[in-house]
Design a protein around this ligand. Structure first.
Ligand code: GLN
Length: 539
């Protein structure tokens, strides 16, 4: 078996430079040349996973097929590569320490003093190599969260230094992502912060092999030469990464700059085939040349931070391209929404999506948004909490159970149409204990959802503790709220829809996690199609 090659991506100068997008773009190019590539993210925080983090802290929590609650960068990896990630693709300091401490308690260190070096660094090295040792990949790209010089990144940097040595020549590569700031007063791009961050990396024993330079202006040859000389790399290893209008342009920009060729050269891998980006470029072409526009209201409570709904926003980009329409998203804060006050904003909407979420804040606004969409025959899409809100709205306003609620919001509601799942009742630990990951769902024939998926059995990813209460199923169904998707093992209602409405679907699962450039999600495609139809009829 050929040796797996390892690429480490570190960041310098500033956070938020887009290491995830650079890693995903390089992976895309390597994949498009025929190399089996995966990406892993190492996060230097102490939470065991981001599942317990507030979206304001960390953006969306991305959920994998195997039920790992992970960093949102894994969403980019899946959307770019169309390959599933797993628990092994996201490792945090919390998880590393948890595992080392458990080993210590089991006596596995045979009386030795347990230390950062070698025990924590060994655990990191093992976690990096799990994917490579699986035999499933030719190249593993490991993105190291944080910025070099941070105290919490030190064990990761030391693990990379050791691993580079263990792996030997041409089997690993360090790509350092850095910022070249532009000083408008001097009208100059400055290289000094990059020189310093490369030096900081060197103090830990690692020399960068490739520099990817984030910049708002073109970097000319002289500047590239200067960067190369002062940072000890060849000129062809200085890659410009200029601001792009869409993240989906970055693979092509990296191709033009030769990031993939220098990577292959340094890893001693053949670069005979040109990358095949035909399908990717077809998507880009459609994405950039829409024939019409629609506006979707995204009703949520974390709307101030766009990263909170990252996968939903990206799924709309994929579905928009498929329908050749530009999807404008109007983020509407559910807490301050008075939808019945007819504003020009509400009237501009061609569809409403009620977002996932937790807790009581803003739910009345969400329920009213569902009512508005139902009564005005506006396409409605409810995801997870959004589906639960649709059930509550129907119970309150159609069945006249005016105090109907979810026990998440009101434990003493007389009509708990949404209630905590039986197996969640005794759970005390909040981390990693929800109903997570892929579950089967059977779609009922002659329903909208069946028509959209065009098959009976589907599997989708989940992240919730509360569920549709089957005690109300008969009542809700008789009143017209169809349960069109059911989990065959548990009987749990996964999908609700309305018959006398052009497009009204609520799903307990999260379809957004499975939408990729190569495989846009059918529910998003059809919702956008319905919204487009609505918008055409309005005219
Ligand atoms: N808070 C709800 C539950 O736990 C919905 C979760 C979600 O939207 N992801 O069931």
């Amino acid at each position: 078996m050929a040796q797996t090659k390892y690429i480490f991506v570190t960041g310098g100068v500033s956070s938020s430079l887009g290491k995830g997008i650079i890693a995903a773009s390089l992976a895309k190019l390597l994949q498009a040349r025929g190399y089996r590539t995966t990406i892993q993210k190492l996060d230097p925080y102490i939470n065991v996973d981001p599942g317990t983090l507030n979206p304001y802290e960390h953006g969306e929590c991305f959920v994998t097929e195997d039920g790992a609650e992970t960093d949102l960068d894994l969403g980019h990896y899946e959307r770019f590569l169309n390959v599933n990630t797993s628990q092994a693709n996201n490792v945090t300091t919390g998880r590393i320490y948890q595992s080392v401490i458990e080993k210590e308690r089991r006596g596995e260190f045979l009386g030795k003093t347990v230390q950062v070096v070698p025990h924590i660094t060994n655990e990191i090295k093992e976690r990096i190599q799990i994917l490579g040792n699986s035999g499933g990949y030719d190249i593993v790209i490991t993105e190291i969260g944080g910025t070099v010089g941070d105290i919490e990144s030190l064990p990761y940097i030391e693990a990379v230094r050791q691993l580079k040595w263990d792996l030997g020549e041409h089997n690993s590569l360090v790509i350092h992502l850095t910022l070249i700031p532009y000083l408008s007063a001097a009208k100059e791009l400055k290289t000094k912060p990059t020189q310093h961050s490369v030096k900081t990396l060197m103090e830990s024993g690692i020399s960068a092999d490739v520099l990817v330079c984030r910049t708002e202006h073109k970097i000319n040859v002289d500047l590239k030469k200067k960067l190369a000389q002062f940072c000890n790399v060849s000129v062809e290893a200085v890659i410009e990464s200029i601001d792009a209008s869409t993240i989906y342009d970055v693979p092509n920009l990296m191709l033009e700059e030769g990031l993939d060729t220098i990577t292959l050269k340094k890893l001693d891998l053949a670069s005979k085939n040109d990358p095949n980006l035909t399908k990717w470029n077809q998507f880009l072409q459609r994405h950039k040349n829409p024939k019409s526009e629609i506006t979707i209201g995204l009703i949520g409570k974390y709307v101030e931070l766009q990263d909170s709904y990252k996968s939903i926003l990206e799924a709309f980009i994929h579905a928009g391209a498929e329908n050749e329409v530009k999807v404008n998203i109007k983020s509407i804060h559910s807490e301050f929404l008075d939808i019945n006050k007819k504003s020009s904003l509400i009237e501009s909407l061609d569809g409403i999506l009620v977002a996932p979420g937790f807790g009581e804040r803003g739910i009345e606004g969400k329920i009213e948004a569902v009512r508005y969409a139902r009564e005005n025959k506006l396409p409605f899409f409810g995801i997870c909490l959004g589906m639960q809100m649709a059930v509550i709205e129907y119970a309150r306003n159609v069945l006249n159970l005016t105090k109907a609620n979810s026990t998440e919001m009101d434990e003493n509601t007389p009509n708990p149409v949404i209630a905590i799942m039986e197996d969640q009742k005794d759970i005390i630990y909040k981390g990693g204990t929800m109903r997570l990951g892929a579950w089967d769902c059977e779609l009922q024939e002659d329903t909208l959802i069946h028509k959209i998926y065009d098959r009976k059995k589907i599997s989708e990813r989940h992240r919730h503790r509360f569920e549709y209460n089957n005690a109300y199923k008969e009542q809700l169904e008789n009143a017209g709220l169809v349960s069109s998707g059911i989990n065959p093992q548990t009987g749990l209602v996964e999908v609700v829809e309305l018959k006398n409405h052009p497009w009204f679907v609520g799903v307990q699962y999260h379809p957004e996690y499975k939408s990729t450039v190569a495989n846009p999600h059918p529910l998003f495609i059809d919702f956008v199609r319905a919204a487009k139809e609505f918008s055409e009829q309005k005219k």
